[in-house]
Design a protein around this ligand. Structure first.
Ligand SMILES: [Zn+2]
Length: 198
């Protein structure tokens, strides 16, 4: 795969990841002055100053010289924290719960998990972020049509509506570049500590 098609993390002006793009697109954004490259010391570079950096271990040829591949860029004019609607889907519930049974805590392949209504549907429980969790088959059977209290089971944590986009959740499980880590770790913490919707 051409290095031009490899991935670059895109931050908003609050250094919050909002997107993943290609090196090709990232370089175009630098060139058009809509983004700045970010280095490991959180310094910002426009296209000219970035071009002046010696191409490090990863370099691509560009108009007769080498340019360092940016792995993180920061948008110049994007202040908003995106609050895209997080689809209430099986995939996203598994992602929220990190494929972990919310009763016994085991992390399992998705095929060995299913969705559990905390308050059973037969008891008026709704299909909402706050009432549906990932559960292993065994816990699901043990719980049956009961509430966790009736079954003598405890949730690892209260289920919640994710504050972040599925993109971010997916990004955590994908290959990440070393250069992404400082920014993703911050989001990771924000994600898990975010104040929950009631
Ligand atoms: Zn379980």
């Amino acid at each position: 795969m051409s290095v031009l098609n490899t991935k670059v993390l895109v931050l908003n002006r609050s250094y919050m990841p909002v997107h993943v793009t290609s090196v090709r697109r990232a370089l175009a954004m630098l060139y058009q002055d809509v983004a700045r490259a970010v280095d490991a010391e959180y310094r910002l570079f426009d296209f000219a100053s970035w071009s002046d950096l010696a191409a490090a271990e990863e370099g691509i040829g560009l108009v007769g010289r080498a340019i360092r591949v940016p792995r993180v860029i920061l948008l110049q004019g994007y202040d908003r924290v995106p609050r895209r609607h997080v689809r209430f889907s099986r995939h996203n519930i598994y992602a929220r719960d990190q494929n972990r049974c919310q009763y016994c805590g085991r992390q399992l392949p998705r095929a060995e998990l299913n969705l559990d209504h905390v308050v059973p549907r037969s008891r008026g429980g709704l299909s909402t972020w706050e009432n549906v969790v990932c559960s292993c088959h065994r816990c699901n059977r043990t719980k049956g049509g009961q509430t966790p209290a009736e079954a003598g089971m405890r949730l690892l944590r209260q289920p919640f509506r994710p504050q972040w986009t599925p993109f971010l959740v997916e990004t955590f499980s994908q290959r990440r570049y070393r250069e992404w880590r400082p920014f993703l770790n911050a989001v990771d913490a924000a994600y898990w500590n975010a104040e929950l919707d009631s």
